[in-house]
Design a protein around this ligand. Sequence first.
Ligand SMILES: NC(=O)c1ccc[n+]([C@@H]2O[C@H](COP(=O)([O-])OP(=O)(O)OC[C@H]3O[C@@H](n4cnc5c(N)ncnc54)[C@H](O)[C@@H]3O)[C@@H](O)[C@H]2O)c1
Length: 345
Amino acid sequence: MKVIVTGGAGFVGSHAVEYYASRGNDVLAFDNLSRGKLLGHSIKSLYYNWEYLKKYKNIKLVKGDICDFNRFKRACQGANVIIHTAAQTAVTSSIASPRIDFENNTIGTFNILEISRSLKPKPVIIFCSTNKVYGSNVNRISVREGIKRYSFTGKYRRGINEKFPIDLCEHTPYGSSKLSGDIYMQDYANLYGLRIGVFRMSCIYGPRQFGLEEQGWVAWFIIAAILKKPITIYGDGKQVRDILYVTDLVEAYELFRKSGLKHGVYNIGGGFKNTLSLLELLDILAKHIGKRPAYRFKKWRPSDQKVYISDLSRVKKELKWQPRTDYREGIFRLISWVKKNRNLF
Ligand SMILES: NC(=O)c1ccc[n+]([C@@H]2O[C@H](COP(=O)([O-])OP(=O)(O)OC[C@H]3O[C@@H](n4cnc5c(N)ncnc54)[C@H](O)[C@@H]3O)[C@@H](O)[C@H]2O)c1
C-alpha cells in the first residue's frame, strides 16, 4: 500500500508516517517544514522529526507545499491512502495572519480533494479536522465551576457529539478554515464517491510534540516545567479538555481505512475518562518534577472554550475504536521523552 502523509514532519503526521512504515507500507511524507515560520518560532523540531523518520527505508521524504498543486499532484501518483495533517495549526497565528491560515488550510485542503478525485484508483482520505469547528457555541453549554475545573452540566455532561451546531457563532479564522476543509471533505465524499474519514480532533499529545504556548498545551506545559520556562495561563486555568495519546488517534485512522465505510465524521479525543484542566496538569507536573512549575495568569483568549469533551459514541460504534492510553500513563511517557531530549527545545 502507498500512503501519503501531508505534514509528515509534524507531530501527528510523523506518527502516522511511522505507523504505516513500521507495518511495511511505502510511505511518502510531504511537508514544507513551515511549522516554525507559521507559528513565529525558530524550532529544531521539524528537522528532528524529519531525521527521525530516516530510520525507515520505506519512507520517502519530500519537501513541498500542498498549495503547489502540480508538485503535490506528482507526489500523489499511485496513492492508496492520503492522511492530511498539514495545516497552519494555531488560533493565535490565524488571527494575526488570516490569509496564510486560509491558504494553507482551505486551499491546501481543496487541492488534496481535487487531486484525489482525478487519481485512479481514488485514494482513501483521512482529514484532521478539529473541535474548533463548533466554535463559541460550545460556550453556550452551561458549566459548573469547581475548585480546579469547569464541567458541563445537563445533556452534554459526557461530551459533544457530531450533531452539535456549527452555525451562528464565532470560530476564529483557524476554526473557519478547518471547518471549510471539513465541509469540502464531506461534499467530495458525497459528490465524487471518495472514501473520506473526517476526524474532529480534541487535544492530541505525545512524544515528538514540540508544543508551544500557541499550540499543543500539554506538551508545552511539560517542556516549560522541565526547562523552567515561564508558563502563562490565559483565563483561570480551569479549562478542561479531553486529551488523546497520539498513537491511539492513528489507530482510529487505520480502522476507518479498513472499515470499508464510505464516509464518516467523528469527534475524537480521550473522552470523558481522559479529561484534564490546566490546573490539574500543573498538579501532576508538581508530583513528577518535585516542584510546582511557576506560572502567571493573563486574560482569556478569544473564543477559548471553557470545557470541551468529545462524545465518543459514534467513533466507538462505527470504528470499534476506543482510547487505550490512560492520560496519567500518556503524560508520564511524554515527560520521560522531554527529559531525555531537553537539548531539542
Ligand atoms: N495537535 C492537536 O492537538 C490537534 C487538535 C486538533 C486538530 N489538529 C489538526 O491536526 C493536524 C496536525 O496537527 P499537529 O499538531 O501535528 O501540527 P504540526 O504543526 O506539528 O504539523 C503540521 C505540519 O504541516 C506542515 N505544513 C503546514 N503547512 C503546510 C503546507 N502548506 N504544505 C506542506 N506542509 C505544511 C508543517 O510544516 C508541520 O510539519 C492539523 O491539521 C491540525 O489542525 C491537531
